[in-house]
Structure formats: C-alpha cells, structure tokens
Design a binder for this molecule. Structure first.
Ligand SMILES: [Zn+2]
Length: 147
C-alpha cells in the first residue's frame, strides 16, 4: 500500500552531529560540559555554567522505560500500525530520555530495562531501544533495519 521509507535524521547539525557520529561508531553518547561535567540534554551550543567547551561522552547504552504508548492509527505511511513508542531514561543519566520505536504492540512496563541497538537505514545509523530480556547477551549491536 505504497509504503514510504522510514524518515532519516538530519545528522549534520552542529549541536547534535556528535550524537550521530557516535552512533556510527556504535556508541550512545550524551553531550557534556568539560568545565563543570554537566550533561546537556537536549544538546545546545553552551552549558548553563557559561562554558562552550563541550564533548560527547559515551554511555553504557542501557536505560529503563520512563513512558510508552502504542500507536494504532496510521499517521505516517512509513510505519505500519500498530507500533510501540518508548521513552527511555538512561541508567547513568536519568535526566536524559530518548525515544525508541518497536514494531507491533509490544508488552512493555514502566521501569523495564532496555538496551540500545543501532539500526542502519537510509544511509544513517540510528539508535533504538529493545527490551533487555530479548537483547542478545553481548553489548550494543548493529543490525540492519527495514529500508
Ligand atoms: Zn558547564
């Protein structure tokens, strides 16, 4: 039914480009201030302390479900319904929350452990989340997503 390819992120933005570069290396990274060590999320060009000396810090790539929803009404032809959208807070930085996409209606619970995976489509590498219970024993992996 005339499906569209999944949308891809704009990865050349000066504020968020480091996030996407890290993803290409198989790392989930957060922006941090080298002066005061604060984590800056959402990424922006300057820390609240006034420093513009920022760096991307790799994380363990694990988190817990902060919230989720199941989408049953098709809003975008690139995504078959139903699908589950999760909002995951990082274990190391609970103030950092990132979304993930799971095909189908997935049994999810608040606080459920999740692991990052890296999906490749449209020429980009995009971090996504899967329940830790179904994750392979190894750490973050790269897998081929749908085109
Ligand atoms: Zn700072």
């Amino acid at each position: 039914m005339n499906e569209l390819p999944r949308p891809v992120p704009f990865t050349d933005d000066p504020d968020t480009g480091g996030f996407w570069s890290a993803a290409e290396r198989g790392e989930l990274a957060v922006l941090s201030c080298t002066s005061c060590a604060a984590v800056i999320h959402l990424p922006r060009p300057m820390c609240a302390c006034g420093s513009a000396e920022l760096d991307w810090r790799p994380t363990a790539g694990s988190g817990r479900v902060f919230s989720y929803t199941v989408v049953r009404h098709k809003m975008n032809r690139a995504f078959e319904v139903p699908y589950t959208v999760v909002l995951v807070q990082l274990e190391e930085y609970p103030d950092v929350r990132l979304t993930g996409y799971l095909p189908g209606e997935v049994a999810i619970e608040i606080d459920q452990p999740m692991l990052v995976v890296f999906e490749s489509y449209g020429g980009k590498v995009v971090p996504n989340w899967i329940p830790q219970a179904v994750a392979p024993a190894a750490a973050p992996t790269t897998r081929q997503g749908a085109a």
